[in-house]
Design a protein around this ligand. Sequence first.
Ligand code: SF4
Ligand code: SF4
Length: 561
Amino acid sequence: MAEEIRIGVFVCDCGSNIAGYLKVSELAEYAKTLPNVVYVKENLYTCSESGINEIKAAVKEQDLNRVVVASCTPRTHEPLFRETCAEGGLNPYLFEMVNIRDQCSWVHMQEKEEGTAKAKDLIRMGVAKASLLQPQEPIESPMDPRAMVIGGGISGMTSALALANRGYQVTLVEKAAELGGLLLQLDKIGPANADAASVAEKHAQQVQGHPKIKTLTATKIDAINGYIGNFKVTTSTNGVQEEFGVGVIVVATGARVLKPVGLFNYDGEKVITQLELESLFKKGAFNAKNVVMIQCVGARNEERKYCSRICCMVAIKNAIAIKERSPDTGVHILYRDIQAYGTENEELYQYAKQLGVRFLKYDQAKPPKVEEGRVTVYHHLLGRDLELPVDLVVLSTPLIAGEDNETISRLLRVSLDENKFFLEGHVKLKPLDFANDGIYLCGNAHYPATVREAISQALGAASRASIPLSRDVMTVEPIVSTLVDEDACRGCGLCVALCPYGALEIVRTEKGRKVKVIPVACKGCGVCAATCYQHALTINSYTDEQIGQQIEAFLETGTEG
Ligand code: SF4
Ligand code: SF4
């Protein structure tokens, strides 16, 4: 006998977030009229302890076998409600969430009647889909407890050490012959003026002496295949290939400093970059009498719209270093806007002024002009050009994406942003993760960061990576693609080519070439199911029947609409 479907619907006020703009009591009354609904409850906050307890109690007392919550976004609350259903004794995948806040009350704040009618449609569709939900079991896959860190700068070394100190075996892959990255080119690290070379050396010694870290320098990554818990990496060092497996990967590939070729008469001698100035400091070769620094060179323009964030503080740090070495040297910083965020940086900005560093704002439309022995800049307040004598011009150029980012993003199947920096999974919810499970990012690979920020992110990425590493078995959501009709599959490989997560492969079977799903790599995005002209694939909990039922429910006229 077919199972009797008994749906409980919980409609949330979300305080005034929903109840302030929609008629929630009317929604609850409406839900009672829908097919298979046997229980309806309006909650002030469904996610509160009392709301959660009400769901658990209703599942037991009302013998519910499907639960629908009409509230906020599944992005933040679906796991909580699934867990609640499980605690109430219901398979957690017999739960459906309807978003009547972000997709309804918040966007129809001035339209109470229309918003309420739309919320009824959404609830009707959710209930219709819930009737067809089937129990699912989480998918398990073994976890290789080893990690790879790509990049041997401060972020990569910090991340590798953090993972190794937790007991995990780490392979650190660096393309240069030496560990240290950009730190090797810096003089001091602000705001505490630590010696950059010593910091790099200390970290490199710890990495190279750590029994859990294998360091591969002068090494290129040739291939990365697989998925969380089971990546296979191929590297080559001096032409010798090596293959190894890891469970997680941290991307810490760093960034490069833009070389301002063709800008402000840059010549690497009298017109140099901040990095080249630091190298003069390191060699003890700095001896200028009049220095002019120009900010935002090659940044915040049409070609490169972003602010590199760190260049203002680098200029201020180096201006202070000049004044402390040689108080009589004149230093002007020509800027468009000064980024001196945080208490310490603001203090350094003020300190630089006290030392006599002069800050002059310039207009992007009237940039400074660099000529032999002088820099001309238009002064806003005076309303005329100023001529500054100069024997050294220092250009503050932005950090730009690493030259290998595109190759590595292809190997890992992860995204880059418009400036070719690596793109995080979600700017707020997954800032150190990629959209693909088991791959994490930190430091300048993500966006220009100070050394302190890079270290914090590296520790964060290592913590994120430790979560799966600490498990013997990976458990993933069963909302994944499934080959429902092996006979229908023609093995054409179209879905394999389009899957953004590398979760499909073609295998040879007795019936010929067929697609195979790697469930642990699948994110349930649905691209394959939508692509397959043979309808051979479907997504668990988003089957054609379930979506069709939702559409039919939408097309039905509601009781009052
Ligand atoms: Fe082609 Fe469909 Fe088979 Fe994929 S599932 S290989 S698209 S027939
Ligand atoms: Fe790949 Fe998306 Fe299909 Fe999963 S649902 S196999 S991630 S295309």
